[in-house]
Design a protein around this ligand. Sequence first.
Ligand code: NAP
Length: 328
Amino acid sequence: MEKTFNLSNGAQIPCVGLGCGAIKEDEIEDTLRTALKSGYRLFDCALLYGNEAWIGTAFEKIFSEGEYSREDVFITTKLPMIGNHPDRVEYFLKKSLENLKTSFVDLYLIHFPVGFQYENEDNYFPKKDGIIQLDFSHTDLVSLWKAMEQQVIAGRTKAIGISNFNVKQISQILKCRIPPANLQIEVHAYFQQKELRDFCKNNGIVVEAYAPLGSPGRREAFKPNGVPQVLADPIVTAIAQRYSKSPAQILLRFLVDEKVVVLPKSVSPVRLHENIELFDFEMTAEDHAQLNSLDRGEKGRSFDYLKIFQGLEKHPENPMPIMEFVEE
Ligand SMILES: NC(=O)c1ccc[n+]([C@@H]2O[C@H](COP(=O)([O-])OP(=O)(O)OC[C@H]3O[C@@H](n4cnc5c(N)ncnc54)[C@H](OP(=O)(O)O)[C@@H]3O)[C@@H](O)[C@H]2O)c1
């Protein structure tokens, strides 16, 4: 079983990475140490997770001890939405590099195709009357991508990619000089995004799954009872029981078998270990067919950005399909 996938820039990306979103200051160092010991080499960060500087400090300390070095790890980080303007890309990448205490990242992503209005460099979620202020003044993804390409040329990132883009948006930037190395999107058994993934496969773009366990702890004001619990699905738990594995291991291995990089977040030593111990069993074609059948399409989504970012449907680069359905 291969444990890395090939990126179009010639580099290898590990097929399991640690999602670093929501890891708190007092959890960072222990989590990174446990993750490295368990075999993680891919770390998914973002400026707007607010913890990059703590991650940089912890890595600096760990690397200074000699067992691991910067070259052992693959670090991804992302341009915040307030940076979605060609004139701000270099500034925000330099800020991330300073936080992470490194001269380059392995992969730099545009976090979201819709920009937010720029108030100041630290206000990643500018709001008015509690509503995020979307930027309608600059919506040109091609010029934004060209500024991303400049970062590769300058050596600040080895590869560039995108997150939360749709087929139309990816098609636009595919015409540029450097194709996107990857697309990071929500993918799990309840929300499999097969069409988008097929499009990526046909264009040499590696797909990374965020929320690969369905982001089970997630609650929003509009979803006070939380998101669909794919970890508790009877089909997943039955397969898990058959292989003496956990439901998380079944969900993650299913995606890796489909050539999707998985980025589960955990701060629990037991779960960190569990989420990367995926390669000592093989599921049958029938197990795969059952897991495939769990796809609920749009109803399976945990991250509903149309509700999270009010007014998104009016933005020309809204990546989400607009459809009406009744919540189950
Ligand atoms: N590009 C984007 O727009 C975007 C959006 C969202 C997320 N992301 C990235 O994707 C990563 C993961 O997403 P996510 O955190 O929303 O979802 P997730 O990884 O599907 O779920 C994380 C949650 O599951 C729990 N968990 C972890 N392993 C488990 C296991 N083996 N059994 C049961 N529960 C387990 C974690 O709790 P414990 O920590 O207590 O274990 C945490 O509450 C983020 O950290 C971030 O790096 C990117």
